[in-house]
Design a protein around this ligand. Sequence first.
Ligand code: KIV
Length: 326
Amino acid sequence: MQALSGEAGGALEDIMSLTPISGRLPADLRNNDPLNKNPRNKVTTASLRERKLQHEPITCLTAYDYSAGRLVDEADIDVVLVGDSLAQAMLGYENTLSVTMDEMLHHVRAVRRGVRNALLIADMPYGSYQIDAHSALSNATRFVKEGGAEVVKMEGGEKRADLIRRIIDAEIPVAGHIGLTPQSVNVMGGYKVQGKTLNDIEQLMRDAVALDRAGVACLYLEGIPREVAAMITAEISVPTIGIGAGPECDGQVLVFHDILNLTFGPPAKFVRRYADAAGLITRAVQEFRADVRSHQYPADEESYHLPKDTKAGLDTVLARKEAMRR
Ligand code: KIV
């Protein structure tokens, strides 16, 4: 039976499962969990829907490893997406097409270890769901079973609706992704803003409605005009999460490496840089190098020392040896 409250952190009576989601526990019980230092509520697919109804913006960032996952989670971001953008950001591939299931799973597992409260979404890589429904289902299941993902994401509109229904039937929530879908780069002929003609807008609306009806948990809208994203957001029941899709979306996602200037290239128009991690890292590495080269590192305080007695004994032995040598 389900809790009737749409809230993630309801009163104890609202929690109908005997298997608690730790973040949903009331504060007094939560404090008994020695691992839970952050009393924030666990974000679920239900709480995302509630956010849309309450007009409270949803926050989402990508993360690709334990430390980033942990930092993003502890900064109270609602959704952590292990995007296939890790292909470029972490692995140095030219686009997202090359990244494999095993590579994605490796990163999803690492992020899982760092994330407690945020909803964890794993991107299904190119080739893992396009071939046939059986392999799509088996790959989606791996993300849940082996990776600990709570939702899987796949690109594509109405042509994916049947597949998405089958995956949801297997108890796996699915996030949709339409607009500029990077796995279609060769079909699109580059990374171009989508939905600029009336026909394209109509197709995007059909895609969004089909995925909404198929039961997606949320819908990522990438690289489409703000006006189109606003229409989709108003039309469908599930939250939209935009990237380069304007402010009317129910939530916003950016790539971790983009907001920190770790991408080695000019940012897209929609990227806001919140810090210069590349500059910070470069300066730290250069200072370390200079310190080692100039014998400034390590200092005495950064070295281990012998216990006093051992040192005194060693000094005696060395002095005796020195005396014998003379
Ligand atoms: O892979 C990714 O980072 C994504 C986001 C851009 C939505 O799919």
